[in-house]
Design a protein around this ligand. Sequence first.
Ligand code: GSH
Length: 210
Amino acid sequence: MYTLYHSPSSASMAPHLLLRELGVPHELVLTSTDAGDHRRPEYLRLNPHARVPTLVDGDTVIYEATAIGLYLCERHPEGGFAPPIESPFRGDFLKWMVYLTNTVQAELMLYFYPERYVPEAQTAALEATVVDRVAGMFARIDAHLADRPYLLGDRISAADLYLFMVSRWTRNTTKKARDLPHLGALLARVMARPGVQEAYAIEGIVEPYY
Ligand SMILES: N[C@@H](CCC(=O)N[C@@H](CS)C(=O)NCC(=O)O)C(=O)O
């Protein structure tokens, strides 16, 4: 049985969606970043970096949302959320998983926590810069999706769930991922999936959904 330490609408969303879509047994432990649960000693013993999510699988403790996603895909290949190692799509899959966390998500952290990087007088300017730069990333993803429904082509993968999560994080900005035609269509397709709807109900997410 997996245990996912999660905080609603945070970086734990992609692993949560994947667990639901794979249909594997798991329990959730609410670790609210708003309430500071991620800084409590019992959580820091699992994840000393004080970040959410963390997945526990027996004696294995994994943090980093992408690592959790790759781990779950490898443990449940029958779920079909990652192309197998011998697939011609494997390289693309790894590329998107890493790009989305290492480039898109990393940049969005500057938007969500600008005060960690610059003095208060400069936070609005930093936020605006990040919104512009991330919009450029999503525009290139939108162009990639012009002739395919999902990042890898016809079949959904864990990378699309990750894309859904980071796209959602633009919903309160002036440049929303959902307003891009092809990306917006992908987000609607992902939102319609039963596992995603279950996860949203459990996390108590209200509109705008993405
Ligand atoms: N690279 C990490 C980032 C995790 C992360 O920054 N999570 C945020 C929530 S979206 C968090 O825990 N924030 C609390 C904090 O930074 O104090 C991952 O993908 O798991």
